[in-house]
Design a protein around this ligand. Structure first.
Ligand SMILES: Nc1ncnc2c1ncn2[C@@H]1O[C@H](COP(=O)(O)OP(=O)(O)OP(=O)(O)O)[C@@H](O)[C@H]1O
Length: 579
């Protein structure tokens, strides 16, 4: 999905704000980096000492003193590097942890309308790839960027201090290198974004293949899917190649400018030494200093690439964090002891504002009534449940619960008051126990078995050697459709909410399973307000009131007998057993 790019510097500023939470650690890193980097100036000084002093004066003890100083400085530098690396990994993992947590928190609170437009693969890519890439911006920025810049500044200062004319001459290539770095960042930024999007697109395809594997096999669509995947993979290859082409031009060009500086130093230095403007020791010192000056510049080119591609990732992470979500699920008053009186009044809603799915809809449910909703597929039945749970809000009209608009209650207590068994009876990968816990997180085994018993699911769970700890597989694939339904019902039993929303499965289950599900439903609806989207005549007949829906509106309502007598459309549905 293509998104409007934001400026790199704006993203970088936000990232720094984000890193502020760990500013103490960053500050310690920074100080250690300064000390470690400062130590590099020891060795060029020692070289000059050897060439200009120790050797001409045949100062043998001086060899030990100078050598000892150099070894001490090197040791301290590498030791500080060790400490920094340890700190860095701590800093890195905390940052990733924070960012991942924030992203997950946000995703779990985004409205369903956002998910309608987003592919799962894209969301996964943002979490798995973009978060680590984002954090590398800060880490490499501090570890490599800051130490490199410090080293450049320090070498420059010592060079100027040693011989300012020489320092100026050998730094001639520097502005070209700086300009090259800036141009490179601008050049690859859009390419980096494209690469991230291509990667995300490819992951989405892979995700679809895995989730739709049964359809692919039954339609023998392996080759077609392979072609689609290859195309997406090809897109990613092209995007990555473009990035590498830019890098292939930039990196050696900048390397050449650096080497040119060294040759310049040798030429100008040799001339200066002949003229007596510089000592041989100073020249040697300069050669080392210039090495220390250009080496971090080369490192910065790599950092530049990491930062620009990382900022493209950060942009994608921030795009999610910036979405308006159901931030405060606790906002609004709590719903205390709900009675379950529900009223839809002139409700109008469309998933896209210009395409109404439900209009001028009135529906009344009295406390502890069972209301069945019937209608052809696509008539808007499930949409009513999504509105009642506030997954979406209607564009017009109102929905009340116990006389007050559902928007007045906080979402947590509203959703706590409702047990919603969806048509697909979704189960999470894990055990039966894990899935039941969703209904009541602290349920003990006894409560779970009781719920399974009420949902007519106890037998098959007991037969399974794993019992409550049996794995259900991804989305519950290791269970049959009827078994999934009953586990989902047991989950609803455990939740023990005063309002039950049941979207009856349309898929046919065998007669025995249907009986068991029916029996479970009978028990579940006792003493509760219950809304059932019914696809079976047996469910409809036992309901207190039946609402017949057609094209987003209520066509009629009443008991089974009343509707058979008065509503031709209902008679038709009933005769076709399409309920
Ligand atoms: N997330 C969505 N985004 C856009 N349109 C949607 C979305 N969900 C449902 N629709 C559309 O809204 C209409 C009503 O869908 P709904 O699921 O409420 O029908 P239903 O009566 O429950 O159907 P079924 O009996 O097949 O489950 C359909 O035309 C459907 O295409």
């Amino acid at each position: 999905m293509s998104e409007k790019p934001v400026s790199l510097s704006a993203t970088a500023r936000r990232l720094l704000v984000f890193a502020r939470a760990h500013w103490r650690m960053a500050a310690v890193q920074f100080v250690l980096a300064i000390i470690g980097t400062s130590l590099i100036i020891v060795f060029p000084g020692v070289v000059q000492w050897f060439v200009d002093d120790i050797i001409p004066n045949k100062d043998i003890p001086g060899i030990w003193r100078a050598g000892g100083l150099a070894v001490g400085a090197f040791f301290l530098r590498e030791f500080l590097f060790y400490v920094r690396t340890r700190l860095n990994s701590n800093f890195e993992q905390r940052m990733i942890f924070d960012l991942r947590g924030q992203l997950h928190r946000k995703i779990a609170r985004l409205p369903l309308s956002w998910f309608d437009r987003q592919s799962t693969g894209d969301i996964l890519t943002r979490m798995a790839d973009d978060v680590p890439a984002t954090q590398r911006v800060i880490l490499e920025g501090i570890e490599q960027g800051v130490t490199s810049i410090l080293q450049i500044l320090l070498s420059a200062v010592v060079m100027f201090y040693t011989n300012s004319t020489f320092a100026l001459i050998v730094m001639i290539p520097t502005p070209f290198i700086a300009a090259g770095g800036w141009l490179f960042a601008r050049w690859i930024a859009p390419r980096a974004r494209l690469a991230r999007e291509a990667s995300s697109h490819m992951n989405s395809m892979l995700h679809d293949t895995v989730t739709g594997i049964r359809q692919i096999k039954s339609y023998t669509a392996e080759d077609t899917k392979q072609e689609d995947f290859n195309q997406a993979s090809h897109g990613l290859r092209r995007a990555q190649q473009k990035l590498m082409t830019a890098w292939a031009v930039y990196s050696p060009l900048m390397g050449f400018f650096g080497s040119f500086g060294l040759v310049l130093l040798l030429g100008v230095g040799a001339y200066g030494a002949i003229q007596g403007n510089i000592t041989t020791g100073e020249l040697f010192k300069f050669i080392f200093l210039l090495g220390f000056f250009f080496e971090p510049i080369a490192r910065l080119h790599g950092v530049n690439q990491t930062i620009v591609t990382g900022l493209a990732s950060a942009e994608r992470v921030f795009k999610i964090l910036d979405q308006a979500g159901e931030e405060n699920l606790e906002e609004g008053r709590p719903l205390l002891k709900p009675q379950g009186a529900i009223e839809f009044r002139q409700v109008g809603f469309g998933y896209q504002a210009d395409k109404p799915v439900v209009h001028e809809l009135d529906l009344i449910v009295k406390p502890r009534q069972t209301v069945a909703i019937v209608g052809a597929t696509g008539s808007g039945k499930s949409t009513l449940f999504q509105l009642l749970t506030r997954f979406y809000d209607p564009q017009s009209g109102s929905i009340t619960l116990d006389g007050a608009s559902i928007t007045e209650y906080n979402r947590v207590s509203l959703r706590d008051a409702i047990a919603y068994v969806t048509q697909d009876a979704f189960l999470f990968a894990g055990t039966i126990r894990d899935n039941l816990r969703l209904g009541k997180h602290d349920a003990n085994d006894e409560e779970m078995w009781k719920a399974l018993n009420l949902a007519c699911a106890e037998d098959f769970v007991r037969r399974n050697p794993g019992g409550l700890d049996a794995q259900v597989g991804e989305r519950g694939v290791m269970l049959s459709g009827g078994e999934r339904q009953r586990i989902a019902m047991a989950r609803a039993f455990l939740k023990d909410a005063p309002i039950l929303l049941l979207d009856e499965a349309t898929s046919a289950v065998d007669t025995k399973s249907e009986q068991l599900i029916q029996q479970a439903l009978e028990t579940l609806r006792q003493d509760r307000t219950c809304l059932v989207i019914a696809h079976r005549l047996s469910t409809v007949v036992s309901a207190d009131v039946i609402y017949v829906m057609r094209q987003g509106q209520v066509l009629a309502h009443g008991s089974h007998e009343e509707l058979i007598a008065s509503c031709a459309y209902y008679r038709e549905l009933a005769s076709l057993a399409l309920l």
